[in-house]
Write a protein that binds this ligand. Structure first.
Ligand code: BDR
Ligand code: CA
Length: 310
């Protein structure tokens, strides 16, 4: 048996998802056994096509499974204004030769959780619709997952899509609640950790000049997002999914984490999709999340750079 850690990624590519996926493909300690695809940053048709294209560019043969085309209950707005209408910067790339598998993403999550029972690392980089559906189909799913890492939430209420909520949770709060209530332990990399781990546009642009197909492709698909970001957020860029993936692949790089109970708010004019952390542990709920507070910045940047072949 191969002793690499089997890694299943649920994702909605998306520019920052793409960087995270390149990091995962590049890691010698992990074997990416599948990509299950969510709708989120843009519609499912695009997120599936983007996942297939990225695999082709990276030269990896990883099965891609299409999942749910919409949130569990309520329609939500995508993030095309950040990632481009097609989620990959509208560069008009040629479609990948390969197609998605016939199996639904939620069923693939369950099947792979049996195949790699007790060893599977599941990393969720998008809205949690597929994972929630898998959990509803089989509530014993968490017992077969070695570790679940989620990019989502804003742990002190500094959201990015509303004042209180982060995009992945806000897109499908019902799904997020199902997952946070169904898994006894989650490693959470939230938006506020993302903001604390920015990296300079200039340095990143230098990496993107590398003579590698991955760097060239990433330079093209991320251009609009980087421009949008530098207009809005200044000289540092942020990649939420890349930070979550660094935490997933290399948890030893975490400089500070805090275990706390985290719940998802579904209601409220201002608070739908907020992640409410019981910082003082007053409610008596069990700690269900290990929240990433600080990560070794040099280690994070070295991993992104290597993933681009720079
Ligand atoms: C998250 O939302 C998406 O737009 C990104 O891909 C990331 O997963 C950040 O809030
Ligand atoms: Ca994402």
């Amino acid at each position: 048996m191969n002793d690499r850690i089997p890694l299943l990624i649920d994702t909605d590519p998306g520019v920052d998802d793409a960087l995270a996926l390149l990091m995962a493909f590049d890691d010698p300690r992990h074997d990416v056994v599948g990509l299950t695809i969510a709708a989120g940053n843009v519609g499912l048709e695009h997120t599936v096509a983007n996942a297939l294209k990225l695999c082709e560019v990276a030269g990896v043969d990883v099965p891609v499974f299409a999942g749910c085309a919409s949130p569990l209950l309520h329609p939500a707005r995508d993030a095309a204004y950040v990632h481009g209408r097609d989620g990959f910067g509208d560069i008009g790339y040629a479609k990948a030769a390969k197609q998605a598998e016939a199996e639904h993403a939620a069923l693939a999550i369950l099947r792979l959780s049996h195949e790699y029972a007790g060893r599977l690392l599941l990393v969720a980089l998008g809205p949690l619709t597929n994972v929630a559906l898998a959990l509803k189909l089989d509530p014993a799913l968490p017992s077969r997952i070695a570790r679940l890492v989620v990019m989502g939430g804003a742990v002190t209420g500094h959201g990015n899509i509303t004042p209180a909520a982060e995009f992945n949770v806000y897109f499908d709060p019902e799904a997020a609640r199902i997952v946070l209530e169904g898994f006894p332990h989650i490693d959470l990399a939230d938006w506020e950790a993302t903001m604390a781990h920015g990296f300079s546009h200039d340095g990143f642009e230098r990496w993107l000049q590398a003579d590698s197909p991955k760097a060239r492709f990433y330079e093209a698909i991320s251009k609009k997002t980087r421009e949008w970001s530098s207009d809005r957020r200044g000289d540092h860029w942020h990649s939420a999914d890349a930070l979550a993936m660094a935490f997933a692949l290399d948890p030893e790089g975490a400089a500070e984490t805090l275990e706390r109970p985290v719940a998802v708010e579904l209601d409220g004019r201002h608070s739908r999709g907020a992640t409410v952390v019981d910082w003082r542990r007053e409610g008596g709920a069990a700690d269900n999340c290990r929240i990433l507070m600080r990560y070794d910045q040099a280690r994070f940047e070295a991993r992104m750079r290597a993933a681009l072949g720079a």
